[in-house]
Design a protein around this ligand. Structure first.
Ligand SMILES: Nc1ncnc2c1ncn2[C@@H]1O[C@H](COP(=O)(O)OP(=O)(O)OP(=O)(O)O)[C@@H](O)[C@H]1O
Length: 258
């Protein structure tokens, strides 16, 4: 067990839609600097967990604590401002805008969504457009997309669109980054690149990452710890080695295939 306070603590997290309990009393602690995987068969409730962390869904029961603070039921904007960012299963970019413009939009969202901003009128607080552009370019450099800054986003190969999407999430300066199936639709080479990329940003941006992923090579290759959901219930948690040989996990996946 890790020492100190978890960055994110999910406690008894539960949500029902009509008669269906999509997530049932889910507990998970994530510590600063960790890269944790969240896996499970289709429909297990993984994305629903993300939606409850980020404020898209309000849990029926239970709590989301971030840095010890109860953020359950807060608006997505406020949660972003507190330092949680996410990407989606389906890439969400402004395809007709350039790579740079896509990141600029995210910076503007960050400034707008900061609930302290309107109260501050300190000179120099409001960054000039020029400074924001410089910052956006710096971010693109850090994720090695700067050479493509003026390309149209939709013209990028799939793997780079994924990186751009992650760069947009990074523009909000998160402490916690939630990645929803980042390797989906990637070819094997793009997947290897993505794994390196995730490990690199974890370090370079001082992040903590929770990752949903179906590609077991990715999950087993980069996660230190993995939680497994099946029909909304956590059936296992442990190291990749432990998860690989866990009979309940094997059964859940074999059952899903059959
Ligand atoms: N807004 C909603 N209204 C009704 N049911 C929902 C809603 N959101 C999710 N569900 C249901 O909750 C369950 C879990 O869905 P979720 O998308 O979280 O699964 P998942 O593990 O992310 O699946 P996948 O791997 O296929 O993306 C599913 O049965 C889904 O139909």
């Amino acid at each position: 067990m890790k020492e100190g306070m978890p960055l994110l603590s999910l406690q008894d997290l539960t949500i029902t839609f009509g008669g269906l309990t999509a997530v049932d009393s889910f507990y998970l602690d994530i510590y600063p600097g960790e890269l944790v995987g969240l896996i499970g068969p289709n429909g297990a409730g993984k994305t629903t967990v993300f939606n409850m962390i980020c404020g898209q869904y309000r849990p029926t029961r239970g709590k989301v604590l971030f840095e010890g603070k109860d953020i359950t039921g807060m608006s997505p904007d406020r949660i972003t401002a507190l330092g949680i960012a996410r990407t989606f299963q389906n890439i969400r970019l402004f395809g007709n805008l350039s790579v740079l413009e896509n990141v600029l939009v995210s910076f503007h969202v960050r400034i707008k969504s900061s609930f302290i901003a309107p109260m501050l009128s300190l000179p120099g607080y409001w960054r000039e457009e020029k400074q924001i552009r410089a910052e956006a370019m710096k971010l693109l450099e850090a994720v090695n997309l700067h050479r493509l800054a003026h390309e149209q986003a939709s013209a990028l190969p799939y793997g780079q669109q994924r990186r751009l999407e992650i760069a947009r999430a990074l523009a909000t300066r998160p402490r916690l980054l939630l990645l929803d199936e980042p390797a989906a639709g990637m070819n094997p080479q793009e997947t290897i690149g993505l794994m390196r990329f995730i490990k690199q940003i974890l370090k370079d941006f001082n992040l903590t990452i929770l990752l949903i992923e179906h590609d077991m090579k990715v999950v087993m290759g980069i996660c230190e710890r993995i939680a497994v959901l099946d029909f909304g219930i956590k059936i296992a948690e442990g190291s990749p080695e432990e998860i690989k040989k866990n009979p309940r996990v094997i059964e859940a996946y074999l059952g899903a295939e059959a």
